[in-house]
Design a protein around this ligand. Sequence first.
Ligand code: ADP
Ligand code: VHF
Length: 377
Amino acid sequence: MVNETNKKRIVIKIGSSSLTSLHGEISRRKLEKLVDEVVRLKDDGHEVLLVSSGAVAAGYRKLGCLSRPESLPEKQAAASIGQGLLMESYSDLFLSHGYMGSQILITRSDFSDENRYNNARNTINVLLERGIIPIVNENDTITIDRLKFGDNDTLSAKVAGLVDADDLIILSDIDGLYDADPRKDENAQLLDRVHEITPEIEAAAGDPGSEVGTGGMKSKIDAFKIAMASGISSFLGKASTDGIVYNAVYGKAVGTYFEPTSEQENLNQKKQWIAFNSGPEGDVTIDHRARETIVGMKESLLPMNVHHVSGRFKKGAVVRIHDLEGEEVGLGVVNYSSEQLKKMIGLTEPELESYELAAIESKDLVCHLEVSLPVGV
Ligand SMILES: Nc1ncnc2c1ncn2[C@@H]1O[C@H](COP(=O)(O)OP(=O)(O)O)[C@@H](O)[C@H]1O
Ligand SMILES: N[C@@H](CCC(=O)OP(=O)(O)O)C(=O)O
């Protein structure tokens, strides 16, 4: 039994391929196995949040489709039927063990709005602290393609960051990360520990292994990058292995452990929101001197170092910061609107001194070289 000091907050993500039968429908047996493992962790005193796929798989037959649909409206309609059925199964199973599940459906735009992001955190904290098991999925029925998380891997890492989890466990149909796509290279080796996502690892990560999987290893690697930058230990293992979740929490499972190093700066929650969720609204180009001070010395960006501004944004928006070569340096929250910043360009230093604030305060600045931000997440 754990006590308050070794009690963990654990986020578990299970993919469609691990919850479905060969025909692509939800497998009650697989759901039961997962619930049994979560119950063991709850009985030990841990807090557990599930990120579960499976809404489309649980609903497409009831919609009248013979196989998993391809078109977006049909997938959304299937998810509308299936999400309720999936939750009913989870609720029944958890209740039979004396635990309560709760549903949370999230869209990307919920996370790009800082107030809604913070509100989601407050709600989930109440649920976890009261022993409930929140069950999170993307709100498939209403999200439009362009604005979808799409796969639940990056969603699970962002949720783990949101609730300040200790561990993120991603379950899949494979027993860990290999140094090459195992379907293409029969000599591919399982990596048991990863401290850094190198370009070689990125290159080895391939597409989904089944018709029902969405993100493949690529989206899992994006997820592990987010978790590592947020200081969260992660694990990737095979959902069908007996005791996989329970053993992973205690460091005894076969699979890949992703461990953030102590030298790496862990992004605080505000910086996590800026880096992974905010959705930048404009671009600011800075000169070489500024690049050195904000990246190397981690100082604020001053208005006189702003070279060019594009896009229309208000004070408080998140913007991308580029150097003069066009390379993206990082992201930050601006203290001036685009109109004000544009007026400042070309002013002399004494003229600019009357402005008290930095263009971007160092506390609201996230640099690419400081943490390896996943590109395109
Ligand atoms: N380097 C790699 N290591 C392990 N699996 C890989 C790698 N590259 C591609 N894959 C494939 O990724 C699949 C898991 O992703 P996916 O099908 O999306 O599953 P899930 O539904 O669990 O998210 C594996 O079955 C495997 O075939
Ligand atoms: N949100 C979708 C699942 C998306 C999906 O399949 O993601 P993944 O399990 O990461 O391959 C659903 O519930 O059907």
